[in-house]
Design a protein around this ligand. Structure first.
Ligand SMILES: Nc1ncnc2c1ncn2[C@@H]1O[C@H](COP(=O)(O)OP(=O)(O)O)[C@@H](O)[C@H]1O
Ligand SMILES: N[C@@H](CCC(=O)OP(=O)(O)O)C(=O)O
Length: 271
């Protein structure tokens, strides 16, 4: 396959547990490696979109709060503070690699409404055309679906959000960077003997039953929301891979189709 043929539009979603330390403070090593790898993938000819979580945890730490706020308005305020801090650091790191980035904050209404969705899709196209890397998060300060209930309604969580973005942008590949190597046949935190699944071609009831909740106070949704994302991506003809954000360099192999993490194979790739 030539490089031109292999040029892909890749959406990478990174979870709070990869971007922050247990204290909630930013994991600068992780962010720096993420940015460097994305800049490199772009340099290789791929188009890259980043969906980044972390705003609430980072805001909570920056405000010096002893725990993640329970009151909705306080969580939304923490998100506003954290989002700003994260964009500052992302922009600084992307600038070091001579890349431009843009912030896109979305709510469920933005993708549900056809006119807004079209504007959004046009904005993504224009940014990618100019070589800018869009960095997306849910607009937590105005949208309460996920942070209030912990479940997704319209968008709800960034796993689902990233799949919706992948669909909207007609991406070839969605990669979810998590704190775990992929989907296991049970949650390894409670079942140490659990085995990693390398490939999923169909979301059967057995697969859906394997998914448990979040692994730490910073994560949201756990595997359940990742499987919802897989459904959206697969139906849109986009492969999705869950892999460990501790090994950013795996992104190169994943882009080449190597067997890393758990790959949810879309009909488009299978046929
Ligand atoms: N079947 C499963 N396979 C792998 N991880 C699982 C499974 N069920 C639940 N989990 C949990 O999902 C967590 C990852 O999701 P989450 O905590 O939301 O992190 P992230 O910030 O990466 O989205 C893992 O740490 C793990 O404890
Ligand atoms: N939008 C929220 C994160 C929501 C979310 O899905 O978090 P995660 O499970 O860490 O990807 C934030 O920026 O804090």
């Amino acid at each position: 396959m030539t490089l031109e043929q292999n040029k892909q539009r890749i959406v990478v979603k990174v979870g709070t547990s990869t971007l922050t330390h247990n204290s909630g403070a930013l994991d600068l090593w992780s962010m720096e490696h993420l940015v460097r790898t994305l800049a490199d993938l772009q340099g290789m000819g791929h188009e890259v979109i980043l969906v980044s979580s972390g705003a609430i945890a980072v805001g909570t730490a920056k405000l010096g709060l002893s725990e993640r706020p329970k009151e909705l308005r306080m969580k939304q305020a923490a998100a506003a503070v954290g989002q700003c801090r994260m964009m500052h650091i992302y922009d600084k790191f992307f600038s070091e690699y001579n890349r431009s980035m843009a912030q896109i904050l979305l709510t469920g209404d933005d993708v549900e409404d056809p006119e807004r969705a079209e504007h959004l899709s046009n904005t993504f196209s224009a940014l990618l055309e100019m070589g800018v890397i869009p960095v997306v998060n849910e607009n937590d300060s105005v949208s309460s679906a996920e942070i209030e209930t912990g479940r997704h309604k319209v968008l709800g969580d960034n796993d689902t959000l990233s799949a919706i973005v992948a669909e909207l942008c007609r991406a070839d590949l969605l990669v979810l960077l998590s704190d775990i190597d992929g989907l296991y046949d049970a949650d390894p935190k409670t079942h140490p003997e659990a085995k990693l699944l390398h490939q999923v071609t169909e979301l059967t009831p057995e697969i859906l039953e394997m998914a448990g909740g979040a692994g730490s106070w910073r994560g949201t949704g756990g595997m359940a929301t990742k499987l919802s994302a897989a459904r959206i991506a697969m139906e849109a003809g986009c492969d999705m891979v869950i892999t460990n954000g501790r090994r950013m360099e795996d992104l190169y192999g994943i882009a080449e189709g190597k067997d890393i993490g758990t790959r949810f194979v879309s009909g488009k790739t299978r046929n």
